[in-house]
Design a protein around this ligand. Sequence first.
Ligand code: KG4
Ligand code: ZN
Length: 346
Amino acid sequence: PAPLRVLGIESSCDETGVALVELPEGSAGVAPPRLLAHALHSQIDMHQAYGGVVPELASRDHIRRVVPLAREVLSQSGLGLDAIDVVAYTRGPGLAGALLVGTGVACALGLALQRPVLGVHHLEGHLLSPFLSADPPEFPFIALLVSGGHTQLMRVEGVGRYEQLGETIDDAAGEAFDKTAKMLGLGYPGGPALARLAEQGRADAFALPRPLLRAGNLDFSFAGLKTAVRTQLLKLEAAQALTEAARADLAASTQAAIVEVLVAKSLAALKGSGLRRLVVAGGVGANRSLRQQLDAACQRRGVRVHYPELHLCTDNGAMIALAAAMRLQAGLAQPSEAYAFDVQPR
Ligand code: KG4
Ligand code: ZN
């Protein structure tokens, strides 16, 4: 068969991403898809003043960015519009208005080019994103999915064969980073800022809870941690002891609590499944402390850990094009020529 080229469009939250992925000629079922080009615009600067994503502003900015980004991807790849075989887009979960932009553009492009379109689950994009790295994983594996909206452990047998082993019962790991960062006055998105501040602090300075660490299951809970950090902050403020060093200590202690739980539960999932391969995906997968501690713990146990390329940890179009290509390659998806709008915010 001829190579199959999938254009992917991501617009679920505050990043507009477009990418072109190719399934090499005659590779059905074997060779991993190749990333031909990708372009990304982050709205972080725009939302920063508000301390979080403003949905209406997000939608409007996706509208401004998506077509120029698509042009950039085509010019990077040296290909024309007619090189696109399938147009993939993030169907959900995400902000409804934001999702509608990517979906609308994907369907319009498909209709104009007479090419089918395919909606992709955002989390499947994150989950499969390590397949675009220089060291792609092999099935089966355990996946730790840690983003701003989700925290899940999954057993992955193959494309489309996912068994959820555990998930958060309240806040997501990224949310825990973001909310505690906000309390520390670190702005939005707080995860990377909190991680930076934590580098200057002592991780054992404050005793913070490790929720559900010994619950004997693979579920997570981070809401209590947020409350504990707030209590510590109020105490420090009351004692006029909220120095720069104390803030760094609190950041380091918070990060340590989150990372310890993520590592322990990942190890428990590996042990319970007997698998020796772990894939980490989602924005929090960019966290250096998490990577160091997972690497160390897994090395001791003979477990291989796979991460997406750092720039593909957070939202992007490449993972959407990739997930679509892998579903098509596995014969699991039927792209549509109905060009109907169907976003699934939840
Ligand atoms: O996967 P993602 O880009 O978007 C969602 O689908 O949610 O993840 C964004 C989340 C945010 O909560 C952000 O603070 C967090 O990932 N994040 C980090 C780091 N980089 C991004 N958290 C901790 N350390 C980081 N280095
Ligand atoms: Zn995401």
